[in-house]
Each structure stands twice: as C-alpha cells, then as structure tokens.
Design a protein around this ligand. Structure first.
Ligand SMILES: [Zn+2]
Length: 267
C-alpha cells in the first residue's frame, strides 16, 4: 500500500470493540495463513475447525462486515497454508491493508501479554489497540518501527544491492533500506545507511511515499536521492553483491507489492 492508493474493501477499526461478531475470518497457524476450499485466505464464515474458546480479534470491516483474526494451534489434515509474503505477492491493495493491520495487531497482542515495567499481566483496552498492565497501569500501544528505503540514482543508473539474509540462492536485487536510530531524522538515516552499506555520498534526498510493512511492524519511508560522490564499497556483513544498474538492464527485482519495487518502477 502506498499513499496514493486507498483501500476500498477494508476499513480498519481504530480500537478494540469486544461486542463485534465476525463475519469474515483470517486464520493463522504459526505465522502462516490457512486457506479455505477456494484457496483464499479470507473465510466468509466461521471455519468449522475453530473451537468456540479460541479468542478472535476483530480488526476492522471487510466489505462493511466485521473481519477477525484467529490463531489455531493444530492445522487440520485437509487444510493448506500459505506464507504471508506469498499471499501479498498475488493480492490487491485492500488485502494488503487488511493483512498488514491484522498481523501487526496480532503481534502487538502477543508481545505485550506481560508488562515491560513490572512483569504483571496486561489486558486489552476497550476503544484502543493498547495493552494495559493490571498492576502498574503501564499502557503499551502497537509498536511501529520507522525505516527508510531509498532509491539512489546516478544519471541513468540506479544502485541495487543483494542481501546476505535473502540467501545465496536468491538472485533478487533491491534498494538500500534500514531502521531509523533513536534521535535521528529520516533524512539523516538515509545518508547514514547509504554511507554504511555502499560508501557513497548523496544529494537531493527527497521523500516520496510510505508503506506499512508487517514484518513485523515497520513503516517504510520511501526516498529518492542522487549520487554525489564516493567509491562504491559494499558492507560485506549485510550485502553479498551490488552495483550500478542501467535502467534498461535491471536484474531480478522484488515483487510488485513492495515499496522497493514501486520506487524502482517509478524510476
Ligand atoms: Zn506493570
């Protein structure tokens, strides 16, 4: 999802409403999504293998009806799952908005079951997405981690890198990205990340658009920048390859739903 496409089918709730009864369901098993008989992740009825005791979380409205996420512990033998990434690869912006919201609220509920200040248990707050400590009242909202992602160009070329974390088998190249550090502006993070990962200086750093990125709770701030000097020197700890690629001869790129691909396609 970028800022110029608004989801039409999914309307997120702004807080927890325990009175809503779901009409649509997303079913998670571990971190994968359970597919219905049509091969879709969106169930239009409560799956019969879902125990009434499992707590579901309504996160918003899908086509004006409440949609909930639920976690199951045991996958029925006749059901298949799909990874979130592969679902996003073939989905439209509305599904992206639904999954990104649901995954991040689910993650927040799981990781804030206990208070970070006193260790007591936390409970959800009605009307918000917060979790609140039952003893010291410490209140925690879903975490959002800002990252920068930047397309660096040099005339007709762009800087693309291949990450160690994608494995030796992956041939996919992407643009440079990284987390914003405490006390740092987004623009400062752009300059620092590109210097750390590629050793080059930038000019004309301009914000483009953003994307919520549910792996697990990032907000990607997309930038464009121009090469201003320096010898390309890749950070070997994070990158296994990289360089300047001509617009007409690009390598394998990330899938269409990613902000990196959208930045590249605009270039
Ligand atoms: Zn506490």
């Amino acid at each position: 999802m970028t800022n110029n496409e608004s989801p039409t089918e999914y309307q997120p709730l702004q807080g927890w409403d325990s009175s809503l009864k779901p009409r649509y369901w997303l079913v998670f098993h571990n971190n994968d999504l359970v597919l219905n008989d049509q091969g879709s992740v969106l169930w239009s009825h409560q799956p019969d293998f879902i125990d009434g005791d499992l707590s579901s979380l309504v996160t918003g409205y899908w086509r004006d009806e409440p949609v909930a996420s639920v976690d199951i512990n045991a996958l029925p033998d006749d059901k298949a799952v799909s990874t979130v990434r592969s679902v996003l690869t073939i989905s439209d912006p509305s599904v992206f908005a639904l999954l990104s919201h649901a995954i991040q609220l689910r993650e927040s509920r799981k990781s804030h079951q206990y208070c970070g200040c006193c260790g007591n248990s936390c409970a959800p707050v009605v009307g918000e997405w917060a979790m609140k400590c039952q003893r010291c009242q410490n209140t925690v909202y879903p975490r959002i981690s800002p990252c920068i992602i930047v397309l660096v160009s040099r005339k007709d070329e762009l800087l693309l890198v291949r990450h160690q974390r994608h494995g030796k088998a992956s041939a996919m190249y992407t643009v440079i990205a990284g987390f914003i550090e405490p006390g740092e502006s987004a623009e400062e993070a752009v300059h620092r990340e590109v210097m750390e990962e590629a050793g080059v200086r930038l000019s004309s750093v301009n914000y483009q658009f953003s994307q919520s990125w549910p792996f697990p709770h990032s907000l990607m701030l997309g930038f464009r920048a121009e090469y201003a000097g320096g010898e390309l020197k890749l950070d070997q700890r994070e990158l296994c390859d990289g360089g300047w690629f001509k617009r007409s001869m690009l390598p394998e790129l990330p899938p269409l739903f990613t902000i990196s691909r959208q930045l590249i396609d605009r270039f």
